[in-house]
Design a protein around this ligand. Structure first.
Ligand SMILES: C[S@@+](CC[C@H](N)C(=O)[O-])C[C@H]1O[C@@H](n2cnc3c(N)ncnc32)[C@H](O)[C@@H]1O
Length: 325
């Protein structure tokens, strides 16, 4: 039994009935840390399908080992950012309950993009959550509590379940997470928020990550040798709407017949490190995506392959023979 799922093998959006082998309401925990909360809920609620998402892969492995030891088949863990999970893996009405326990408040301005419960978060969630669903937040930070309340209520998509917007302390039957235990031991006040859907956004949220089934490659007329390419290469960036590409370095194989270009590709919030192989052959130069680190082939990845090939074509004055990207 494998409880870890990766974006590479998931559809956008995913077919959750097929993933779990049954149709059941889905409860999602974002940023599950050591996994004790979601595992506890999955044990207590065998009739529910649980999905946990977390950006730290070591936590994903740890939680999945625990779930597998407990023989839990109603929980899956995905190493992925919460925004991508909600906006790209779920369709409208797929999500019944969302739990966020002690998310990092990211108080610094330069980390603002990493915060959960922003206005964008509320918009995406309002498009996906089931009308009978709930979005639950537990936090120790009064600033984050107020930030979340303001953003969730701002556009009128959600209403708070509590008169004053939150409860002080956690409900008795609410499982304690590692951070809940930590803050309680330190005598900190905790806040519990719960939101229900009031209205959908006027326009739907469309996942900006587009995947492709083609294996991107470009064939160019031959160039003298790989050494000239690696010497000429300079790091550069590209940006097209929600896509950015940063080419960082190029290096050559010992036999000088292949060069590798290392690049970072961002499709909205999905950032991947990719390698692009350039094979210098007598009759042609082949530029192709290297599959060693199993990238998700997105529009950004295709663009990264195509644009480095176009850069070579211009720099070395060689024409493209075939472009599949
Ligand atoms: C302070 S810890 C809390 C962990 C756990 N929920 C608990 O209460 O013990 C916050 C967790 O959220 C994860 N995280 C932060 N931003 C995230 C995001 N955008 N998507 C998914 N996980 C995220 C971090 O890796 C970290 O494990």
């Amino acid at each position: 039994m494998n409880t870890i799922l990766k974006l590479q093998s998931l559809r956008i959006p995913s077919d959750w009935s097929a993933v779990f082998g049954r149709h059941a309401p889905i409860h999602l925990e974002i940023g599950f840390g050591d996994g004790r909360f979601i595992i506890n809920l999955a044990q207590r609620n065998p009739e529910t399908n649980f999905v946990g998402v977390e950006v730290a892969y070591e936590f994903v492995k740890k939680a999945s080992r625990k779930a597998e030891l407990a023989n839990l088949w109603n929980v899956k863990f995905i190493p992925i950012d919460a925004y991508i999970a909600i906006g790209c893996l779920f369709k409208r009405n797929d999500l019944h309950t969302l739990y966020s326990n002690f998310p990092d408040p990211w108080p610094r301005k330069r980390h603002a993009k990493r915060r959960l419960f922003t206005q964008e978060f509320a918009f995406i969630l309002a498009d996906r959550i089931h009308p009978d669903g709930r979005a639950i937040l537990a936090t120790d930070s009064p600033e984050f509590r107020d930030f979340a309340l303001e953003n969730m209520l701002k556009d009128g998509y959600f209403a708070s379940e509590f008169k004053n917007g939150y409860l002080k302390g956690l409900p008795d039957n609410y499982p304690r997470t590692k951070y809940a235990e930590k803050w309680l031991a330190e005598g900190k006040e905790l806040y519990f928020l719960s939101f229900k859907l009031v209205q959908r956004p006027e326009r739907p949220f469309i996942c900006p990550i587009k995947r492709s089934t083609i294996m991107p490659h470009v064939i160019l007329k031959p160039i003298e040798n790989g050494k000239d390419f690696v010497t000429a290469f300079q790091p550069f960036d590209l940006r097209y709407g929600e896509i950015f590409v940063r080419y960082v370095r190029a290096f050559l194989s010992q036999d000088m017949k292949t060069a590798m270009v290392e690049a970072y590709v961002g499709d909205w919030r999905l950032v991947q490190r990719i390698l692009i192989a350039i094979k210098f052959r007598r009759e042609e130069t082949l530029v192709k995506l290297d599959h060693i680190n199993h990238p998700v082939v997105t529009e950004g990845v295709k663009l990264a392959v195509k644009q480095i090939a176009m850069w070579i074509a211009e720099k070395f004055d060689v024409e493209p023979i075939a472009v599949k990207a």
